[in-house]
Design a protein around this ligand. Structure first.
Ligand SMILES: [Zn+2]
Length: 354
């Protein structure tokens, strides 16, 4: 049975051909540092019961503990497992031999986003500082194509994310970390969200809470109708570094609901309905057991990533098994394929889309 499925996967491309289709929209969503372990198996029992890292173990168990990994992952991310897994394709469940990882050796965020968007690894990129990426990226290429020009935008929580796509040089409107939005139509809801963010305590210095990224992105999608948007969420990574497993699980659960809302709003809007592909991925993994909060070149397992694709043009393969290794740098080729644009990474290495 397993063998049959492997053959099927190797013969059928995961993405249906969308070549020549001039009416595509794309929403890329990244969830910073959300581990494959929680995505595919839900809450971890030993981490949930560590009284130093959770405030109220009983409530946490009621919310996220179920007797099987399949039950736990649905409790944690119901939209992913009830909808995306049925309509789309998911890669990266290492328990089932589906392997995906970053190709860069740092296992940290900026190099991860750089790899994802430029389709290559530059070994000189090793830090998280907010400096413009020296390399051309696939969103920049989309913004130079007449079909998408002026219609590629980005919202993020973490300050350095927009530098990874050198948004100023690439003329991609972007808003991160306590910045005001770039929206053309500043609707009353958007103005309210901006006002609320301005009044929030700056709990993290270079990152605002994902709830604002969500509100800005959703409102801009509905009011401005950009064709391509990258939404970069960050709460999971921050709470993991703080070693607050309860907040980390709540952030994963909230992000799942944000994605559901965005999907439902888009599919109820004529501009996006039936024309939109959704790609969701992460920039790096994290350690195991006691090292769950950390990531980096010295943290074993933190190279592990995952990806989900659904919506227009995506084969409903569900959760794939016994495949890979896939690399995060293939995201760039996948975006180019979805948008039907030419994109060659500066490294010269051409990669296959997923
Ligand atoms: Zn981190």
């Amino acid at each position: 049975m397993k063998r049959l499925i492997i053959i099927l996967i190797s013969l059928v491309p995961m993405l249906l051909s969308a070549k020549g289709d001039k009416d595509t929209r794309l929403i890329v969503i990244t969830i910073d540092g959300l581990r494959w372990q929680e995505v595919f198996a839900g809450a971890d029992e030993s981490l949930m019961s560590n009284e130093k890292e959770v405030r109220d173990a009983e409530t946490l168990r009621r919310l996220y503990w179920r007797h099987t990994p399949l039950g736990r992952r649905i409790a944690l991310m119901p939209f992913v497992w009830n909808t995306i897994a049925k309509q789309g394709t998911i890669i990266g469940n290492r328990n089932l031999g589906s392997m995906m990882q970053v190709a860069n050796k740092t296992n940290i965020s900026y190099p991860g986003y750089s790899e994802m968007m430029t389709g290559m690894v530059d070994d000189a990129i090793t830090g998280n500082d907010p400096v413009a990426n020296p390399h051309r990226n696939v969103l920049e290429a989309a913004n130079e194509d007449l079909r998408y020009k002026g219609s590629v935008v980005m919202y993020g929580s973490w300050k350095s994310a927009r530098y990874a796509i050198r948004n100023e040089q690439a003329h991609i409107p972007a808003c991160v970390s306590y910045e005001q939005t770039f929206a053309k139509n500043k609707t009353p809801r958007l103005q309210l969200a901006e006002r609320m963010l301005a009044g929030m305590p700056r709990y993290w210095r270079s990152e605002h809470f994902d709830a604002f990224t969500y509100a800005f992105a959703l409102e801009t999608l509905m009011a401005d109708h950009p064709k391509v948007m990258w939404i970069s969420f960050g709460d999971c990574d921050e709470w993991a570094h703080a070693r607050k497993y309860d907040f980390y699980l709540d952030a994963a659960n909230a992000t799942d609901a944000f994605i559901r809302d965005i999907y439902e709003a888009c599919e109820a809007d004529k501009f996006y309905q039936g024309k939109t592909t959704y790609l969701i991925t992460c920039d790096h993994g994290r350690g195991d057991g006691a090292e769950w909060g950390s990531h980096g070149s010295k943290v074993k397992g933190s190279e592990a990533t995952w990806v989900m694709l659904f919506g227009k043009g995506i084969n409903p393969l569900g959760e794939t098994i016994e495949n890979g290794p896939f690399y995060t740098k293939q995201v760039a080729a996948t975006i180019a394929n979805i948008l039907d644009i030419e994109f060659k990474p500066e490294s010269g290495e051409e990669l296959a889309p997923f």
